[in-house]
Design a protein around this ligand. Structure first.
Ligand code: ADP
Ligand code: MG
Length: 325
């Protein structure tokens, strides 16, 4: 008898990036959670990577929309349109989700009603089943931690819109805290800083590039510099300036301090046995900002807890979501 092959997907619907994992195949999609809309017609012009390329370069009638802002769903219809587009993209023209099982992790800030609505949409598109997964649990599974044992693990996910600190044990969350500051807020702080210090306005993508290229959480890192371009606020003309890693460190430093407070507040919330486990097991660091230079060592130094960065911080949540049993 021919048994139909059931497809299993894991989706990490993030505020900055959406990542899709297919069981048996691995990561099949990783694109920014961005939609470009034509304001004249109201139609969607581009989604994901294509839409991101338009940021800061689009004509007036093109609106760039981030459906998930600050870890909540800012625009529900846009979120489902985007998901629909991504699912179609990975499946080609064929039978969409038909008969598949979809595990999905969503930002912790979204409501249960919204979560249910997203899952209903996925089922409506043809999936046999849609199951919501808690992000920190998925991250731990993706990193290969034995989550079902009665041992506490601390997961720190630093994404674009928010950070989540969670202590998990026996497959569930025991204590957690979220911060509405993460990668995007660092970018904004960089934009503000350049404006104040140099009277130059830079775009979001330039700020993000500065963070990725010379951003550091290490006070004694070797000084590096980067030439960037923006618009002079005095004469309105394009201007290039050179910015150093030391300048960006000051901005990152402020964020790290907030992060350390959130970690200790979370440890304080959990029973002492688990707190002991956390010190022994260490912190699992994931999310795109785990790639920030020196963040691992810095967090380790500040919290005196060992920090392990996930093998692939940007993709481990989707992978873990897809590996759920
Ligand atoms: P989300 O789960 O909210 O979608 P991600 O986990 O995908 O977020 O992380 C996105 C964030 O990670 C962005 O703010 C991005 O700038 C940041 N990021 C990605 N790569 C790097 C890097 N190499 N260095 C520093 N930050 C990075
Ligand atoms: Mg995420």
């Amino acid at each position: 008898m021919l048994k139909r092959f059931e497809k299993v997907y894991g989706i990490d619907l993030g505020t900055s990036n959406t990542v899709i994992f297919e069981r048996g195949k691995g990561i099949v999609l990783n694109e920014p959670s961005v939609v470009a809309i034509d304001q004249n017609s109201g139609g969607i012009l581009a989604v994901g990577t294509q839409a991101q390329a338009m940021i800061g370069r689009a004509p007036a009638h093109v609106e760039i929309n981030y459906p998930l802002m600050n870890g909540v769903i800012a625009n529900f219809d846009m979120t489902t349109n985007m998901l629909d587009y991504f699912m179609k993209k990975i499946q080609g023209r064929s039978s969409l989700l038909r008969g598949s099982k979809v595990y999905i992790s969503m930002p912790c800030g979204i409501t249960n009603v919204q979560k249910r609505a997203i899952m209903e949409t996925i089922v409506h598109k043809g999936a046999k089943k849609a199951i919501a997964v808690e992000e920190p649990v998925a991250a731990a599974v993706g990193a290969g931690l034995p989550i079902n044992e009665p041992i506490g693990h601390l997961v720190l996910d630093i994404g674009g819109g928010n950070c989540q600190v969670a202590i998990i044990s026996l497959g569930g969350i025991v204590a957690s805290n979220t911060l509405n500051r993460a990668g995007i807020s660092i970018d904004r702080d960089i934009m503000d800083y350049v404006k104040r210090k140099y009277n130059v306005e830079i775009g979001e993508r330039t700020a993000e590039n500065i963070k990725k290229q010379i951003g550091t959480a290490n006070a004694s890192a070797e000084e590096r510099s980067l030439e960037i371009r923006g618009r002079d606020m005095v004469d309105g003309l394009p201007r290039s300036i050179t910015i150093t890693s030391g300048e960006i460190f000051t901005i990152v430093d402020d964020f790290i301090k907030t992060l350390v407070q959130a970690i200790s507040a979370t440890v304080e919330l959990c029973p002492p046995e688990l707190a002991g486990d956390v010190i022994e097991q260490g912190i699992l660091l994931c999310g795109g900002c785990a790639l920030l230079e020196g963040i691992n060592e810095r967090l380790c130094m500040e919290t005196r807890i060992p920090v392990h960065t996930a093998a692939d911080p940007l993709e481990c949540i989707a992978a873990g979501t897809g590996m759920m049993l």
